[in-house]
Design a protein around this ligand. Structure first.
Ligand SMILES: C[S@@+](CC[C@H](N)C(=O)[O-])C[C@H]1O[C@@H](n2cnc3c(N)ncnc32)[C@H](O)[C@@H]1O
Length: 276
C-alpha cells in the first residue's frame, strides 16, 4: 500500500478517542493516567509493550536525546521512550485520527513537554537535516514500497553516528498470504519486503548495519499467551487493539498468526548506524 490516502483510510476508524475514553472509564481511569495503563491500546505492533522495551533499550537513549518515531500511530512507543529515557520524541504519522487521538493521550499522560506528534509522511519529514540523535520505525514499512525513500529521510534527519532501528513485519517465504492483515485489507495494498530489501536500502544511502534480530519465537509465544488469556474471559477487554482494528480484528490477527506459522512473514528488527 503506497498510496497515502489509502493508508490513512485503512487505519481510520472514527470516534477512536471516544472509544478509548470509554475504555478508560470502564477501568476507572481518568487523567492524569500513567502511560503504562494505555499500552494495551496504544502499542500497535506484534508484542506491544513487551516488544518495545528491548527494542528501545538497544537505542541507548538519554534525556539529551532527540528522537524521531517514523509512523508513530497513537504515540504509545513515543510516550514509552520519553517516560523511560527522558528523551524528546517527535512522532510523524499519516493518519490524522491517530495523531489527533495520540495528542490527547499524550496530554492525559502528562508527557506533552517531551512528546510531539505531527501529521505527515515519513518520506517527507517536517524536520531539519542532522537534527536527530536516533530514529526508529515500528510496523510501518509494510505500508511503504519506497524503502530507499525511508532510509534517505532517516539519513537526512540524523546526526553523524545516529542510529536507525526498524521493527517491521517482513517477508521471509513465498506462498499464499492471507488477508485482511492488520496493516492491509488485501495483498495489493501491502508493501511487505524481505529483510534483505531493507538492508540494501539502508546501506545504499550510507548506513552501516549493526544487527538483525528475528522475533518469530517471541511472536509465537506472545500470540499463544494472548489466545490463552482470551479463552479465560468473555469478550474483549475495555482497552485493546480491537478499538483500532475494528470488527474484523480476530480475522486480521488469525491471518497474521497463520502467515507467521506458515513461514511467510516474520517480525524482524534491523539496527543500523550512520558513520561518525
Ligand atoms: C501498524 S501501525 C504502527 C503504529 C506505531 N508505530 C505503533 O507501533 O504503535 C502503522 C502506522 O504507520 C503509519 N504510516 C503508514 N505509512 C506512513 C507514511 N508514509 N508516513 C507516515 N506514517 C505512515 C500509519 O498511519 C499507521 O499509524
Amino acid at each position: 500500500m503506497t498510496n497515502p490516502d489509502e493508508v490513512a483510510h485503512h487505519y481510520h476508524s472514527g470516534h477512536l478517542l471516544k472509544r478509548i475514553a470509554d475504555g478508560c472509564a470502564a477501568l476507572n481511569l481518568s487523567p492524569p493516567i500513567a502511560h503504562d495503563a494505555l499500552a494495551p491500546v496504544d502499542e500497535f505492533h506484534i508484542g506491544g509493550r513487551l516488544a518495545t522495551e528491548p527494542f528501545v533499550k538497544a537505542l541507548d537513549l538519554s534525556s539529551d536525546s532527540r528522537v524521531v518515531d517514523f509512523g508513530c500511530g497513537l504515540g504509545g512507543p513515543a510516550r514509552y521512550v520519553a517516560a523511560a529515557t527522558g528523551a524528546h520524541v517527535t512522532g510523524i504519522d499519516l493518519t490524522a485520527e491517530f495523531v489527533e487521538t495520540g495528542r490527547a493521550l499524550t496530554e492525559w499522560t502528562g508527557l506533552s513537554d517531551r512528546v510531539q506528534l505531527i501529521e505527515g509522511s515519513v518520506l517527507d519529514l517536517p524536520l531539519e537535516a542532522a537534527s536527530m540523535d536516533a530514529a526508529y520505525m515500528i510496523h510501518v514499512g509494510m505500508n511503504i514500497a519506497d524503502k530507499v525513500g525511508i532510509a534517505q529521510e532517516a539519513k537526512r534527519v540524523l546526526k553523524p553516528d545516529g542510529v536507525f532501528a526498524i521493527y517491521d513485519v517482513m517477508q521471509v517465504g513465498e506462498g499464499h498470504m492471507d488477508y485482511p492483515a492488520p496493516w492491509a485489507s488485501s495483498s495489493d495494498q501491502s508493501a511487505l519486503a524481505p529483510p534483505e530489501t531493507y538492508e540494501a536500502a539502508l546501506t545504499s544511502v550510507g548506513f552501516e548495519l549493526s544487527d538483525r534480530i528475528d522475533r518469530t519465537a517471541f511472536a509465537k509465544q506472545f500470540f499463544a499467551d494472548l489466545a490463552a488469556a482470551q479463552s479465560r474471559v468473555d469478550g474483549p477487554p475495555p482497552l485493546g487493539l480491537h478499538l483500532i482494528m475494528g470488527d474484523d480484528t480476530a480475522l486480521k490477527v488469525k491471518h497474521m498468526v497463520r502467515n507467521i506459522e506458515g513461514g511467510l512473514i516474520a517480525p524482524i528488527e534491523i539496527h543500523a548506524r550512520l558513520p561518525v
